[in-house]
Design a protein around this ligand. Structure first.
Ligand SMILES: [Cu+2]
Length: 168
């Protein structure tokens, strides 16, 4: 059996390969002038001081995004991992639960992670976190570029209700 179209097909593939080899113009698709990328502003980032053998530490911050976005990950060398948690009433007790999809940041809305509410949970701090120290972390967002943030470690005493973290 003969394949009269085989030659044509080969030519077609060669043309395709050549087209794919064209250098991509770096400024082929400039962003629209008024489509500024969403910006996330971070403020009041702090971590609660931990007693020497604490397995976890709570982290808090305020986020404001100009566009709909989402905090999807937090990374730091100060602990084995960082989770994002929510607090929930459960049979009269406050319990926390991991937020697998991170924290939604609706456009133009102040989102506070604070004691008793959504918070970051530093799992297995490498060293005890002492008041006055700073912890460097990277915040990763769904859309906005990653952002480096300094958390200030603040004293245990005072400002917040117990969060039930002792059960960890
Ligand atoms: Cu927690």
């Amino acid at each position: 059996m003969r394949h009269p179209r085989l030659g044509l097909l080969a030519v077609g593939l060669t043309a395709l390969a050549l087209a794919a080899c064209q250098p991509a113009s770096p400024d082929a698709a400039p962003p629209a002038p008024d489509a500024a990328p969403a910006q996330v502003t971070v403020s009041d980032a702090w971590i609660r001081e931990t007693p020497p053998s604490a397995a976890v530490a709570g982290g808090y911050l305020t986020l404001h995004s100009t566009g709909d976005d989402r905090l999807v990950a937090v990374e730091t060398a100060a602990s084995a991992a960082v989770e994002m948690h929510e607090m929930r009433h459960d049979g009269g007790m406050m319990r926390m639960r991991e937020l697998p999809d991170g924290v939604a940041l609706p456009a133009g809305t102040r989102v506070e992670l604070r004691p008793g509410g959504h918070h970051l949970m530093l799992i297995d701090p490498v060293e005890p976190l002492r008041a006055g120290a700073t912890v460097e972390a990277t915040l990763r967002f769904e859309h906005a570029p990653a952002q480096q943030v300094q958390f200030e470690v603040r004293p245990l005493a005072g400002d917040a209700p117990a969060e039930g973290h002792s059960g960890h």
